[in-house]
Design a protein around this ligand. Structure first.
Ligand code: FAD
Length: 396
């Protein structure tokens, strides 16, 4: 087999999924992660359709199900905390409850996938690619720590703000589409005493703006989601957590329900994730010996509800195509993209449709908060289910 030494940048969901399969197929895999370990925090994510099939093939599906959030339903409350809508059929975070999909905290899933990988996978934490040079024979990498190593292939699985992408693709080759919403997520105490339940407050007045709290880890804690549509282009440093917290506090100051308490808890939260809902579009996911995977190459945004499934399936397909091509990267990268591009495109489209529908429905809120909330939870549900199921996992 050719090209057996592979460096993966990013130990989120996509990177460890790919590493699992590459290791199983006999590649030599190193994963470099900027953080000191698998990162804590983040929202509840969903493993659906082909993602469930990949989890099953990895042998982790039972564990993923066991760690699922087990939500029973949701309420929507007005500014005084009075319930105006209730559902035991669906939630805002996870969609239909009566389905095979699993909703799980992002960090729980990341840990399960990383732990499933073979002992041969080398993890380099607290480091990052600083310089990357490729030619016909391989890729020379200088890490921020000063370490220098050579690899046959490099995979950028380092998320929406991928440095690998920046190092390899020019600005004109990458299109980042902001969908006009920002969201922060952090761990808070379960101060509302929620029992496998989520409560949402949507501010009146148009646009997505408000908060959602859901109990987590068998009600021992909760995750708070703080959302707003910025007035214009939001300018923030994606690595400056303090500035991001100030931005969220500024945007949501004065809002009703539990917002003052949530903003206070956010300041001292043990974890915090903030981002603008954005999509990544590229005409090609690879250049030479470097290829992009997951959010780095084709982020659909949280509004797609499919980022995690695309990351897991992407890892499975990329490794499978490398195996099938006996390590020939030109053949494998072409096949990987051919296999997944339509699925990715359909999921990205769903996010855009959802966003438009939700905005339109919220704008009609004068009809009543309950109707608006119901519409918010139901937006695009049918089309979404069809898109999720539109890809069947191949055998390699
Ligand atoms: C801490 C955290 C919280 C998140 N919370 C949410 C959320 O609340 N809502 C949501 O929709 N999505 C969230 N995401 C993104 C979500 O996990 C992804 O959309 C999805 O799971 C696809 O996974 P991915 O592996 O492609 O990207 P990610 O899960 O984003 O993983 C990328 C990984 O690469 C690492 N990385 C970044 N830059 C470098 C670098 N230069 N060198 C080395 N490593 C690097 C990151 O630390 C991360 O571990 C979060 C991501 C992270 C890292």
């Amino acid at each position: 087999m050719k090209n057996t030494r592979v460096l993966v940048s990013g130990a989120g969901i996509a990177g460890p999924s790919l590493a699992y399969w590459l290791d199983r197929y006999g590649f030599e895999v190193a994963v470099v992660e900027r953080a000191a370990g698998i990162r804590p925090g983040g929202q509840a994510v969903d493993v659906r359709g082909p993602g469930l099939e990949v989890a099953e093939r990895m042998g982790v599906l039972a564990e993923v199900r066991a760690k699922g959030t087990g939500m029973r339903g949701m309420s929507v409350v007005d500014g005084d905390g009075v319930e105006v809508y209730r559902s035991q059929e669906r939630t805002v975070s996870g969609g239909e409850l009566d389905s095979a999909d699993v909703e799980i905290l992002r960090d729980d899933l990341a840990k399960i996938i990383a732990a499933a990988g073979g002992d041969g996978i080398e993890y380099l934490f607290d480091d990052s690619i600083a310089v990357l040079e490729q030619d016909e024979d391989g890729v020379r990498v200088v890490f921020e720590s000063g370490l220098r190593r050579s690899f046959d292939l490099v995979v950028g699985a380092d998320g929406l703000h991928s440095r690998t992408r920046r190092l390899v693709f020019g600005p004109s080759e990458v299109s980042i589409r902001h969908l006009g919403t920002c969201m922060a997520v952090c761990t808070v105490p379960n101060f509302l005493g929620l029992d496998h339940w989520q409560v949402m407050h949507q501010m009146p007045g148009g646009g997505l703006r408000g908060a959602m709290v859901m109990s987590a880890r068998d009600n021992t804690e909760a995750r708070a989601y703080l959302m707003f549509d910025p007035a214009g282009t939001v300018d923030y440093d994606h690595r400056d957590v303090r500035a991001q917290k100030e931005l969220v506090a500024r945007e949501l100051a004065g809002d009703g329900w539990e917002m003052p308490r949530l903003l206070e808890l956010m300041r001292s939260a043990p974890d915090f994730h903030f981002d603008s809902a954005a999509q990544v579009h590229l005409d090609s996911w690879s250049k030479g010996r470097v290829v992009l995977l997951g959010d780095a190459g084709y982020c659909g945004s949280p509004l797609s509800g499919q980022g995690t499934t695309m990351a897991m399936v992407g890892g499975y397909v990329l490794a499978g195509e490398l195996k099938a091509a006996d390590g020939d990267h030109v053949t494998a990268f072409t096949a990987y993209e051919k296999e997944l591009r339509d699925y990715v495109h359909a999921n990205q489209q769903v996010a855009i449709t959802n966003m438009r529908q939700r905005r339109a429905q919220i704008a009609q809120e004068t009809a009543g908060a309950a109707e608006a909330a119901e519409a918010l939870a139901e937006a695009g549900a049918e089309e979404f289910t069809q898109v999720v199921a539109s890809y069947s996992v191949k055998d390699y």
